[in-house]
Design a protein around this ligand. Sequence first.
Ligand code: PEP
Ligand code: MG
Length: 626
Amino acid sequence: MKHSKQGTERATADSGRRAHTKERPHSLETRTEQVLTGESIGVGVAIGPAFVVREDPAPDLRERLSSLDRDEEEGRFRDAVIRSISQLGKLQARLALLPEDSQFEIGSLLDVYRRMLGPSRLQRGVIRRIAEGLSAEVAVFEETEALAQASHPPQGARAGSGEDAAAARRRADEFREIGRRLLRNLTRTPFLTLRGMPDGAILVTESLRPSDAALIDPSRVAAVVSEEGGATGHTAIMLRALGIPAVLAVAGALDAVAGGAQVVVDGDRGRIVVDPAHDTLVEARGAVATYAQDRQKLGRMRRLSSKLASGEKVLLQANLELPAELPLIAQSGAAGIGLLRTEFLFINSEELPDETTQFELYASLVEAMGADTTTIRVLDWGGEKPSEALERAGLSTLGETPNPALGLRGIRLLLKHPALLETQLAAILRASAVGPLQVLLPMVTVAEEITAARDIYERVARRLRRKGVALAETLPPFGAMIETPAAALTAGVLAHHADFLAIGTNDLTMYALAADRASADAASLYDARHPAVLRMIADVVNAALQHRTPVSLCGEIAGDPALAPLLVGLGLRSLSMTASAVPRVKQVIRSVRYEECVRLGRRVLAETDSRAIMKVLQEFGNAEVG
Ligand code: PEP
Ligand code: MG
């Protein structure tokens, strides 16, 4: 039956809900579509059945007031902290799925949470309250609420300038969020659960925290509608990054949407339509198709070669932080894995992964890459990422060192505990029988670190061969990351000892500019386009070329299409990036000529500050588009 578009639009009496209805006089069931509006977060349109989730009620804090064994309460609190840290680690591992700016944004938020869980004022406050006789739950609640109120007093809503007040509010929210996480872990109350949700459904919920959003599988959830939240919050960023259409701050959504009702979510216009009329549905289907076509266009890039317009080849590979990203790599058209971060094996597990567990994982990835190389970086752990496994094995320095980024990080930790390195190298060497791979050392600052690690590498290879284990005929290339100024300034020496170099601009920028890569406070200082960083990149590339040592770049800037011509102009021919960035970078690579890139490189290196460099890059970009 064909429905006409003669329906009448009218506002509901409850205008506070910002809802209106459109009746369909020709419908036999006289169903009425209902439109609710909220904050748009983009990412297109979705249609599907509603899956309405109400949060479990918050735990009753009075319940445990009678349990006052202080040691027991403190122990329970410490357990909840460890569980919370491990959950945040899992969320961190999911970040790799997100585009660069969202990774940064959400990563800094997770970092704030982790710092709160470390030896912080919060922790001291909770323990003091427990010592005063409170249960762990009440102590956590009171301490986080006190900290939240100190950051943003209730009457402070009207005080302070807009930005300052918003920052204070965010800070207060952060304390409350970490308090809720601790309380849920103390009382073992489950977090948002999507169990029983049919694939392709629209999740309708009261509130969605960034940590919950991060765990949503975009291939299963068609869209999200939430009563709380806003377009610029972390949840919105997370959903946008995952490509999930969503409308947040939809007042009254839970009352208006019945489970199973058909819903159109228009993430671009910030509205949802419940029980849509026929014409609304037709229009929505058109929008879904257009959006899919746009994505398809970019997808076609996958099959095109990665060459400059003047013909020179540029190798574009993917960084992989989680095995779950493997399908993304295949879709992106990346030519192999330029950086396999192996931290996830250690962060998300309670036990240290043994040789066989590691071998199976590396072998499966190497096999999936076929003839393309997989670069496996050995554990880069340095205390700033919580790891229950390392904690239990007594190898963690978390909380003990005032400055984890400057402590026993990366290769330093591995050389201090060589058994860790031996196990990992043995697993990698065994996987070398499956296909091409390379080994990469993180955080190198002196050549001796490479030679010491190589000694272990060769010794492990000899042992495996003696035992008759199959390995690649020639030992896989053994490379070093250049991510400290010390390594960059002595790149020639390192190039002599390593089979290849990989420039890690994320850390190189941090160490060169003395600006924490994950701190919101230092965000305005942290800029890989700083002349100091760009000059170091140029020098490393030159040193590597002189020694005929292959060199690549695998920091986040490799995935920035606006920087790709510059990196080529500085001499790089191999870039490794977040998988989702590959098509756009390839598009730019295919549009520029080598001479232009070299000229751009020279112009940029002649500049003395980031702002001027940004201007040169912008002019170059505009000229390219124009
Ligand atoms: C880097 O530092 O640029 C890098 C690629 O390593 P990670 O981001 O894992 O520290
Ligand atoms: Mg690094």
